[in-house]
Design a protein around this ligand. Structure first.
Ligand code: ADP
Ligand code: NI
Length: 213
């Protein structure tokens, strides 16, 4: 049983780590993933301590932000906070499986991984996901939309990480695909409303872009 003070310390740790990041990998993203994962766990089950540690630490070694060799930041936090070695290994294993890498994404082989991956993906869609996508595009100085610029399909991980797209393209390359990639029935239900919200956002966006509304 991990004590509540460790989760508080994990929040402080990631708040310091993500200080000043404008790419959507912020402290509040990790806290939202944590909160949604706890909600999903209430119906789907799974080890709550592992789920909460993974959710809070899942972006602590993100390759786009940090140059860490082997989940160094997550390991350092857990080592400093008395998390037993076997739990640390489980947490690192789960973290390694949850990130989105185009068609190189993996289906986690643990229930805990399935739940946090769902929570991470839910935070990429809906109103929050729209906000994060435009924040990310802005942080990379990308245009939000270029009429006629096609999007890529079936990208492998390297292409997904390296290609320069518009933020609207990102909806077709990732955000609209996520609803059908949820692992758990609970998350699939939660994704429905968020998905519909993105579809109506896009419809409104194009209508306004074309001067129709
Ligand atoms: P994950 O947390 O699964 O690793 P990413 O790191 O790929 O996801 O993305 C973090 C956030 O930035 C997400 O909300 C994602 O949709 C957004 N994002 C990533 N790539 C782009 C892009 N090319 N254009 C707009 N938003 C992006
Ligand atoms: Ni994330």
């Amino acid at each position: 049983m991990v004590s509540e003070s460790v989760f508080d310390a994990a929040k402080d740790y990631i708040r310091d780590l993500f200080e000043g990041d404008g790419s959507g990998h912020d402290y509040f993203h990790s806290v939202r993933v944590h909160d949604v994962a706890v909600t999903i766990q209430a119906t789907e089950g799974g080890d709550l301590d592992v789920i909460r540690l993974v959710a809070l630490l899942h972006d602590a070694d993100d390759r786009k932000l940090f140059d860490s060799a082997d989940y160094d930041n997550a390991r350092r936090f857990m080592g400093d906070n008395g998390i037993p070695d076997d739990v640390q290994e489980r947490v690192v294993h789960v973290i390694s499986q949850i990130s989105f890498k185009g068609k190189d994404s993996v289906v986690p082989d643990t229930l805990e991984g399935k739940i946090v991956q769902d929570a991470d993906r839910l935070d990429a869609i809906g109103a929050i996901g729209i906000g994060r996508a435009f924040a990310y595009g802005g942080s990379r100085s990308r245009p939000m939309h270029v009429p006629g610029q096609g999007f890529l399909e079936d990208m492998d991980a390297e292409t997904y990480y390296s290609h320069e797209n518009t933020t609207i393209n990102h909806f077709y390359e990732k955000l609209l695909l996520l609803k059908d990639m949820m692992n758990t029935p609970t998350a699939r239900d939660m994704a429905e409303g968020r998905h519909r919200f993105m579809e109506s956002f896009l419809e409104e966006f194009y209508a306004e872009w074309d001067g129709q509304r």
